[in-house]
Ligand binder design. Structure first.
Ligand SMILES: Cc1cc2nc3c(=O)[nH]c(=O)nc-3n(C[C@H](O)[C@H](O)[C@H](O)COP(=O)(O)OP(=O)(O)OC[C@H]3O[C@@H](n4cnc5c(N)ncnc54)[C@H](O)[C@@H]3O)c2cc1C
Length: 316
């Protein structure tokens, strides 16, 4: 039914300037893939509620994308638990001309995990686990949640070099494929900076899918490529020594003073910091910032937090 709607052109994204369909993908029919997945014992679902839920990310923040992507759905959600299963899915999909859209936790906010032409959404959250593979180096399955890694690694004396603000939900594979930087980037830069991603295990999409172990610069092509050139199944990255961070919020009479203080802290080698975020008034008083306003008020500012700009810093 969902596939029929899409073939009839119900998915508004078809009106977006997408590249033309190749002869192979024009004949997309996921039913053969679904049957073969069942036969191979690879977990999948076509339940409409689950399919719809897993065909979305946070694109709905944008009214433009909402109108374009609301009707885009996969034919089937496939949940591999190993690189071998990813290879099997890629082989089947290539054989039948069915597109694959990778999905971590679906926290991307531009529709990167939305299946524009139906087919398979490859839900990688079943591939979990990580281990230290060297002094301060972790190797993780792509679907491992970053928040879980950060807390587990802390007990071993390490922490992630940086993470997105969606750390609690985001997967490490989704971050490498769709993210760029975050808390900690003040010290370590962005994902594409040398050394931040040590190696990736990747499955290619071709008649006989290959499993590539890409190290160093060879891995760069997959970073922030949204899964368009391969499925990442493992990520290896260096860590930072765990520190005991303290969150501090300070108010200033105006934005320029708050910004100057933030730059001074950022440039001070004597202060270890993980993030500095300067917010212009009245942002600290807007819905969603209640915690920050309370923090500032408790610290006894001369003016209500609502009227002041704030610099929020993680120091140790
Ligand atoms: C409120 C909010 C705050 C955010 N803050 C930040 C931030 O601070 N920094 C930042 O960088 N991003 C941020 N993001 C964007 C997003 O949350 C992050 O990039 C996050 O790391 C994505 O992880 P995910 O597991 O949800 O990936 P998804 O959203 O599921 O996927 C992201 C992209 O990667 C592809 N993909 C997923 N897994 C794989 C895989 N294993 N192999 C190949 N391709 C794959 C998907 O197809 C998609 O194109 C934010 C988003 C929101 C909604």
């Amino acid at each position: 039914m969902l596939a029929a709607m899409r073939r009839a052109g119900t998915c508004a994204a078809r009106r977006l300037p997408l590249p033309p369909l190749s002869a192979r993908s024009a004949s997309t029919d996921a039913s053969a893939v679904i049957a073969a997945l069942d036969a191979a014992g690879i977990a999948s679902t076509t339940k409409p509620g689950r399919v719809k839920a897993r065909s979305r990310d946070y694109y709905w923040y944008s009214p433009v994308l909402r109108a374009a992507l609301d009707d885009c759905v996969a034919d089937v959600i496939v949940s591999p638990t190993s690189t071998d299963e990813v290879v099997a899915v890629a082989r089947l999909c290539f054989e039948h001309g069915v597109p694959i859209t990778c999905r971590g936790a679906g926290t991307g906010n531009y529709g990167q995990a939305v299946p524009l032409r139906g087919g398979v959404v490859l839900d990688l959250k079943g591939m979990v686990g990580y281990e230290l593979v060297g002094e301060g180096v972790v190797r993780a399955q792509a679907g491992t949640l970053m928040g879980a890694m950060e807390s587990g690694l802390r007990e071993l004396g390490h922490e992630l070099r940086f993470f997105p603000s969606t750390v609690a939900q985001a997967t490490i594979g989704g971050f490498v494929a769709g993210g760029s930087c975050g808390v900690g980037s003040i010290n370590y830069g962005v994902l594409r900076d040398p050394g931040n991603v040590a190696a990736l295990k990747v499955v290619t999409m071709e008649a006989e899918p290959r499993v590539l172990d890409l190290r160093g610069e060879d891995a760069l092509a997959l970073i922030h490529a949204y899964g368009t050139n391969g499925v990442i199944t493992e990520v290896e990255m260096p860590l930072a020594p765990a520190q005991s961070w303290l969150e501090v919020a300070a108010t200033f009479p105006d934005l320029a003073t708050a910004g100057a203080a933030a730059v001074a802290i950022a440039e001070s080698p004597a202060l270890a910091k993980r993030q500095i975020c300067t917010l212009a008034a009245p942002i600290p008083a807007l819905p969603g910032f209640e915690g920050l306003a309370r923090e500032v008020t408790n610290a006894g500012p001369r003016k209500p937090a609502a009227l002041q700009s704030t610099s929020r810093v993680w120091l140790c």
